[in-house]
Design a protein around this ligand. Structure first.
Ligand code: IVH
Length: 673
């Protein structure tokens, strides 16, 4: 590259990065992935190193962050909240280590390795043990006051637990606010249902959550925290960063347990390798690891560059996002008729697996992102989350692509598709649609439903194609066609007999399995159990009015409506008729009259995870005391039994003044058991 070109490239890169910084930090609407951003900034850094005469004071490489957004009260960070320099390779880590050691005259340096949580950094202030202020990072100097919103984060202690019998007059601690993967997925599902834009990553989810005007909305987002930096704790002294993390834990902060203290950079590198794969086991996303010098005295001697501490570095994993091409868009019809589009991708490896398909969620998502067949796209796979198309790389779009339109007819049966008002899902209304039948039979046979051993995708497909069955109930008539089955390729007489026996055995299944197996919209296993237990027979469930259904503790209006709708359909009647005729068990054990005991006539709500009893066990225990365990807190709730990680029900109990018992208190008052 000649000098002139280098100068121009530096100017262009700076402008582009400024724009992205604004979109990312100020608007919370990134246009490119973090990995792409990092790539650009690395390129700029390299060029500025090679041509220092072109480096400007306002270059994105010379700045801590962006401007604080304006809506919330401002909070001044003292000292400023710095960010970290990045390392992408083992060699860069070694370079960091060499420099660090040289800054302390070659002394050995111990490192603490932590996970780099993908969220939003926050700073918390406690006075005399009480949480008084919480702020976002903002531009590092000035953040936003989000105290009220942070108070809704369940893991954040509102009061410090005294250590050695006391709390510091002032304590400042910093850490990360984040959202768990499954919470983010659930939220995105909801947003998709409402036809709203999806959240792109946990960082945006946390940022969006903390910036809600109404703290109740923040609470609903179920944000979480990990604290990792003790700034001030008057009157408490710690010898090392490692000790300070323990101290934070003793004050009852949530500190990430996945941390190690090591004595060499080799051990640091070994740790980075370990987490490259292990990170997918975590319930939250991490975008790297953070390596910190442990000794505060050494840290002091190492000091800071204009932008970063010299005693810490962020190690970034290779990107989990990849570019590939959309070769087609195909539709899948679910068992309730919802038609879900997905992208057929040119295969790529992401996060350790080969990805060939990515969900496109629904029509609106495709339209918003303007995803077309032939487009080059960024695909993301984060942990267990199904891969999805993040965005189109417009620069690479060929001029002959066309906007994609949702087909008007069902790909499986040709019925005209419908999209109900206010819904984002497009549906096939034909309950006889072979694709729906296929999904419905598969669901019927699945492990948590009727659990028909040996009946998988290939056989269901085959049976439907050969018209050996038309629906799930026909499975119970398959024995009449044993000779035909034996003729089928790869089905020997023995495996046919095994399958028929497996089907036969499911006639005696408990009622709730059948209720779940019917595949009623919104009725999962839990709801199926409730229906079976409270109503006692299929007939009673069929005849229950929506009001009666809703009276069952733990069943909401959505499920009640869906159950009624299901049983109103003639098609469902026919199916049940056939199942009845086949001798499939339609009755269960209705809950017997409650026992007499100290809780007779009382309703108790159990929330969180208990250490002694599972959910079912505690419900039975409450019943044996004469009480009823219910799913929702109201003024009438006798008490709430709260286990670990109890959530919104606890807040509600507090609001309503309902007594809250810990497991120990419950045991003391009502035990021994
Ligand atoms: S230490 C001066 N530790 O990563 C030290 N940061 O660029 C400040 N982060 O802004 C940060 N997990 O939002 C540290 N265990 C961890 C972290 C962590 C996530 C974030 C934080 C910071 C950025 C560093």
């Amino acid at each position: 590259m000649i000098r002139q070109e280098a100068e121009q490239r530096i100017i262009d890169l700076s402008a582009e990065l400024h724009r992205h910084e604004h979109a990312y930090y100020v608007l919370n609407q990134p246009e490119i992935t973090d990995a792409e951003f990092d790539k650009l900034i690395q390129e700029l850094k390299r060029l500025e190193e090679e041509y220092p005469e072109f480096r400007r004071p306002d270059s994105p490489t010379q700045r801590v962050g962006g401007q604080a957004a304006s809506d919330f009260a401002k909070v001044q960070h003292e000292p400023p909240m710095l960010s970290l320099d990045n390392a992408f390779t083992a060699e860069q880590l070694r370079e960091f280590d060499r420099r660090a050691r040289s800054l302390v005259d070659g002394e050995p340096v111990a490192y603490v390795c932590e996970l780099k949580i993908d969220g939003l950094s926050i700073s918390l202030r406690y006075e005399n043990g009480r949480f008084v202020q919480g702020a976002t990072r903002g531009d590092g100097e000035t953040g936003e006051d989000v105290t009220e919103n942070l108070k809704t984060v369940r893991t954040l202690p509102l009061r410090l637990e005294p250590v050695d019998g006391r709390v510091p007059p002032t304590l400042i601690v910093r850490g990360e606010c984040y959202m768990e993967k499954r919470t983010l997925e659930a939220l995105n599902e909801k947003l998709a249902e409402q036809g709203k834009a999806l959240l792109q990553n946990p960082r945006n989810a946390a940022a969006g959550g903390l910036r809600q005007k109404d703290p109740k909305k923040t609470r609903a987002r179920r944000l979480d925290t990990f604290l990792y930096q003790l700034v001030t704790a008057d009157g408490f002294s710690v010898e090392s960063h490692w000790e300070s993390l323990d101290l934070l834990e003793r004050f009852h902060f949530k500190v990430n347990p996945n941390r190690v203290r090591v004595q060499s950079i080799d051990a640091v590198i070994a740790w980075t390798e370990e987490w490259r794969e292990r990170r997918y086991e975590l319930p939250y996303e991490i975008d790297g690891l953070v390596i910190k010098v442990d000794d505060p005295e050494q840290r002091r001697r190492m000091g800071f560059t204009a932008k970063f501490p010299r005693w810490a570095i962020a190690y970034k994993f290779p990107a989990e996002e990849q570019e590939t091409v959309v070769e087609g868009i195909s539709l899948e019809v679910g068992r309730t008729g919802a038609v879900t589009p997905s992208a057929d991708l040119r295969p790529i490896r992401i996060a350790g697996t080969t990805v060939k398909r990515a969900t496109l969620h629904n029509e609106d998502n495709i339209r918003q992102k303007d995803i077309r067949i032939g487009d080059t796209v960024i695909v993301r796979k984060a942990g267990e989350i199904i891969p999805e198309v993040v965005r189109v790389v417009l620069e690479k779009r060929s001029p002959d692509t066309e906007p994609w339109t949702f087909p008007e007819t069902c790909p499986a049966c040709g019925a005209e598709l419908v999209r109900a008002e206010g819904e984002s899902a497009t549906r096939c209304p034909n309950t006889l649609c072979p694709a729906q039948q296929y999904r419905a039979v598969l669901h019927f046979a699945s492990r948590d439903a009727m659990d028909i051993d040996g009946l998988g995708e290939a056989l269901v497909q085959l049976f439907l194609e050969e018209e050996l069955i038309g629906d799930a109930a026909d499975l119970y008539k398959l024995h009449e066609r044993r000779s035909e089955l034996v003729e089928i390729e790869r089905m020997g007489a023995k495996s046919v007999d095994n399958l028929l026996a497996a089907i036969d055995a499911t006639r005696q299944n408990p009622l709730y399995r059948l209720v779940y197996a019917l595949g009623i919209r919104h009725v999962g296993e839990r709801a199926a159990r409730l229906l079976a237990e409270y109503l006692g027979s299929m007939e009673a469930i069929e005849n229950a009015t929506p009001d009666e259904l809703q009276a069952i503790p733990g069943l909401g209006p959505k499920i009640a409506e869906s159950v009624s709708e299901f049983f109103r359909s003639p098609r469902s009647h026919e199916l049940l008729q056939k199942l009845r005729a086949a001798g499939v068990n339609m009755v269960g054990e209705k809950r017997t009259a409650p026992a007499e005991g100290p809780l007779t006539g009382k309703t108790v709500v159990v929330t969180g995870t208990l250490t002694r009893w599972g959910r079912k066990e505690i419900e039975e225990l409450v019943a044996s005391l004469g009480g009823k365990a219910s799913g929702s807190v109201s003024k009438k709730t006798f008490f709430v039994l709260a286990g670990e990680a109890a959530g919104s029900k606890l807040d509600k109990a507090r609001d309503l003044g309902v007594p809250i018992l810990s497991e120990e208190e419950f045991l003391q008052q009502y035990g021994p058991f």
